[in-house]
Ligand binder design. Sequence first.
Ligand code: MN
Length: 132
Amino acid sequence: MEIQPKQNTVKAPAEWFTGDVYFDVIAGARPEPSRMRVNTVRFTPGARTAWHTHAVGQTLHVTEGLGLIQSRGGEIVEIHPGQTIYTPPGEWHWHGATPTDFMEHLAMWEAIADGPETTWGEHVTDEEYTRR
Ligand code: MN
């Protein structure tokens, strides 16, 4: 057993996020065969990911605030604390805070043996973000 030290909060990179987003690594690289990855992610109002996909899918669990999520070709959906959202492998989507609220979620996904676990695309434009 190992009680792991708290790691510093990390600012999410501007290449992949719009606005101010911070994450804490809860479960980073684990000994093989584990590929589990878990982060707490905090979005400030108006902040969101770029469009992206996850090789093995992703489970999000909203813990605080008010958020938005959209899959390519779908409606923007408001997400609330206590809700769990599953995005299947390869599905293009984005997630973030509403324009007026913070949002915090747990992000759970898996690394893969070769290739990127997350594939990043275009930023979510203000026009896309406000199209509700
Ligand atoms: Mn995602």
